[in-house]
Ligand binder design. Structure first.
Ligand SMILES: NC(=O)c1ccc[n+]([C@@H]2O[C@H](COP(=O)([O-])OP(=O)(O)OC[C@H]3O[C@@H](n4cnc5c(N)ncnc54)[C@H](O)[C@@H]3O)[C@@H](O)[C@H]2O)c1
Length: 346
C-alpha cells in the first residue's frame, strides 16, 4: 500500500506549535560537517544545544567552524549581532553522553555505519528522558533497524538535513515502520520552525535524495574510471550542460567520499541491484584516505602546497600579490638609489 507520509495527524497546528515551544534543549551527536551545522542552526533558532563528539579534536574544530560560520552570516546581514551572541552562549560542547539527559530531541550525525549508529541508539535510549525523540541524520540507513535497537521505536525518526544545514532549505523526514504520527508531526514542525521545507520518504535505502543523487555521482566516477573524460570536463559538462551548481565529482568531494561510498553500499545491499555497485576508483580513493575537502584531498587537491596550481579567483589574487611584492621591491630600490644620490651630493 502506498501511503502519504506527509500529512499532519493527531495534532492541529496551534497545538503542535505549543508542543514545539516546550522544546528547550536539543542534543546533537557527531560534531563533523553535519552535526556542527545542525547544532549551529538549532542555537540560532533559540534552542539550548549540547554538541557531543568522542573525538576532542573534532569538537575543537566544530567550535571554530561554528563561530566563523555564524560570523559570516552576520557579515552578510543574515543574522543580527544579538542572535550571534545568544547562539554562541546557547552552545555547549561535550564528550559525555550523560549531558543529554535533559534533551527533548537528540539528533544523531555520526559516521554512516549501521553498527556504530545502532550502538549509539542503544546508549541514547538508556540516557534520554522518556518523552525524547531520537532522530538520525543518516543519508541512507534504515530507520526501522536503528529504531529496533531502542525500547521506543515509535519515537525514532529520520531527520535528514542537507549540507550545509544552516543554508540548505530541505529536510527529508523518514518514517520507520513504527514511527508514530505524533513523532512525525513534531519533527516536521521542528524542521519548519528552522525555516526548512520538508519532504517525506518511506524507509527504503537512500530515501529520496540519495537514491537519485548517488547513482549520478557513481556514474561520474565510472566516466572518470573508464576514461570518458577528465574530472574537470565531467564536472564542467554537468554544471554548464544541466545547470547544476557543482559538478558531481566536486559535489562528492564536498559531501565526503567515505560518506558517498557508505551510501552506495547501503543502496547496493538494500535494493539488491548491481547498478548501485560503487565504482572501483571511488573505493580506491577512500582506501587511500582521499576523503574529499575535509581531508584536503579527494578527486581534487585542496591543500595549498607550493606545487599545487591555484584556481580561478585564488590564482588571480596570488598573481596580484606577487605583482604588488615586485612593485614594492622596485619602489624600495628606487628610494635607495635616490637616497644614495642625495648622500653623494651632500
Ligand atoms: N556530508 C554530507 O554531505 C551529509 C549530508 C547529509 C547527511 N549526512 C549524514 O550525516 C552523518 C554525518 O556525516 P558528516 O559528513 O558530518 O561526517 P563527518 O565525518 O564530518 O563527522 C562525523 C563525526 O562523528 C563523530 N563520531 C563518530 N562516531 C561517534 C560516536 N560513536 N559518538 C560520537 N561521535 C562520533 C566523528 O568523530 C566525527 O567528528 C552521516 O550519517 C552522513 O551520512 C552527511
Amino acid at each position: 500500500m502506498i501511503f502519504s507520509a506527509n500529512q499532519m495527524n493527531y495534532y492541529n497546528y496551534p497545538k503542535l506549535m505549543a508542543e514545539i515551544k516546550k522544546f528547550k534543549t536539543i542534543g546533537v551527536v557527531g560534531s563533523g560537517q553535519m552535526g556542527s551545522g545542525i547544532a549551529q542552526l538549532a542555537a540560532t533558532y533559540g534552542f539550548d544545544v549540547w554538541l557531543l563528539d568522542t573525538d576532542p579534536e573534532a569538537l575543537s574544530r566544530a567550535t571554530k567552524s561554528i563561530s566563523s560560520s555564524i560570523q559570516r552570516l552576520v557579515s552578510k546581514g543574515q543574522l543580527s549581532q544579538d542572535v550571534r551572541k545568544d547562539a554562541l552562549e546557547r552552545l555547549q560542547y561535550t564528550s559525555n553522553v550523560e549531558n543529554f539527559c535533559s534533551a527533548d530531541i537528540i539528533i544523531e550525525a555520526i559516521v554512516e555505519s549501521e553498527d556504530v549508529k545502532k550502538k549509539l541508539f542503544l546508549q541514547l535510549d538508556k540516557i534520554a528522558k522518556r518523552s525524547a525523540i531520537l532522530a538520525s541524520n543518516t543519508s541512507s540507513i534504515s530507520i526501522t533497524r536503528l529504531a529496533s535497537a531502542t525500547s521506543r521505536p515509535h519515537q525514532v525518526i529520520g531527520m535528514h538535513f542537507m549540507n550545509p544545514p544552516p543554508i540548505m532549505k530541505l529536510v527529508e523526514i523518514v518514517r520507520g515502520a513504527d514511527t508514530s504520527d505524533e513523532t512525525f508531526d513534531i519533527t516536521k514542525a521542528l524542521a519548519e520552525r528552522f525555516g526548512k521545507t520538508v519532504i517525506c520518504s518511506r524507509d527504503y535505502a537512500g530515501f529520496v535524495v540519495n537514491r537519485i543523487l548517488m547513482p549520478m555521482i557513481n556514474e561520474a566516477f565510472y566516466a572518470l574510471y573508464t576514461g570518458v573524460a577528465t574530472k574537470e570536463d565531467i564536472d564542467a559538462g554537468m554544471k554548464l550542460g544541466t545547470n547544476h551548481p557543482m559538478g558531481p565529482l566536486e559535489l562528492a568531494d564536498f559531501i565526503g567520499l567515505d560518506i558517498c561510498l557508505s551510501i552506495l553500499r547501503v543502496l547496493h545491499a538494500g535494493l539488491g541491484d548491481n547498478k548501485y555497485a560503487p565504482c572501483p576508483i571511488l573505493v580506491q580513493y577512500v582506501d587511500a584516505g582521499r576523503l574529499g575537502r575535509k581531508r584536503g584531498i579527494g578527486v581534487y587537491e585542496y591543500r595549498q602546497t607550493p606545487e599545487s596550481p591555484k584556481k580561478g579567483k585564488a590564482r588571480v589574487k596570488a598573481a596580484a600579490t606577487e605583482v604588488a611584492k615586485e612593485e614594492k621591491k622596485v619602489e624600495a630600490k628606487e628610494e635607495k638609489k635616490v637616497e644614495s644620490k642625495e648622500e653623494k651630493k651632500e
